[in-house]
Design a binder for this molecule. Sequence first.
Ligand SMILES: Nc1ncnc2c1ncn2[C@@H]1O[C@H](COP(=O)(O)OP(=O)(O)O)[C@@H](O)[C@H]1O
Ligand SMILES: [Mg+2]
Length: 246
Amino acid sequence: MSVLEARQLNKHYQMGEVMVRALDNVNLVVNQGEFVAIMGPSGSGKSTLLHLLGGLDTPSDGEITLAGQPLSRLSDNEITLVRRRRVGFIFQFFNLLPTLTAEENVGLPLLIDGQDLARHREKINKLLALVGLADRKHHKPNQLSGGQQQRVAIARAFVNDPEIVLADEPTGNLDSKSGTAILELLRRTCAELRATIVMVTHDPRAASYADRVVFLKDGQIVRELQKVGDEHNVQTIIDVMAGLDL
Ligand SMILES: Nc1ncnc2c1ncn2[C@@H]1O[C@H](COP(=O)(O)OP(=O)(O)O)[C@@H](O)[C@H]1O
Ligand SMILES: [Mg+2]
């Protein structure tokens, strides 16, 4: 069953005389329970694609269907609600609120949605335990390492039981050891919560944790690798990139 479908997506930016085609006829279907990596060099359109998929920005052309809802038919308010209730986001720079504790940061999406946090205490604690931070729930972001902050962000991304989690270079700001721990956590969370994850990255090692890798070049999907982990590894991904001149 598909959770997310993108059909003939285009996004261009008019920069004075020049038109930048950030995305060029992108088609993508993501199924329930899949961990998909979108891989491409800097400037290939990864962030643009992720923003469109999560309803943070609108395409110039094409359609996105998220959890059965064609976004183009929704009002801005309805898209905000879809984003708030059905999508989880993980960013490169964690984006935690510095004045809130780990526990409060995890609960923030529920608070913004007007829900009573007291009723979700158990779920928040469960998620903090899942990411290995049960004993850090009263810490503020500046009392946590980068890797720990990203784990708080992962718990936060799952707190609204999202249909899909979108991650933009989640290990881009971490050292390699913390990065590996985050990738393992994402893969485990995907399995344990039967979650669906789309992660964009320029790092072949990060992409190798996904089930499927989609290669983006100059705004176009140019190749796809299935069964990563089982049949393909980091070296295959590096070889494909070299072959595509990425
Ligand atoms: N707001 C914007 N205005 C103009 N050009 C943009 C804007 N956002 C992205 N671009 C351009 O679109 C292309 C894709 O950018 P982006 O999606 O950020 O790539 P990536 O995340 O893969 O590095 C780049 O050429 C970038 O310069
Ligand atoms: Mg980017």
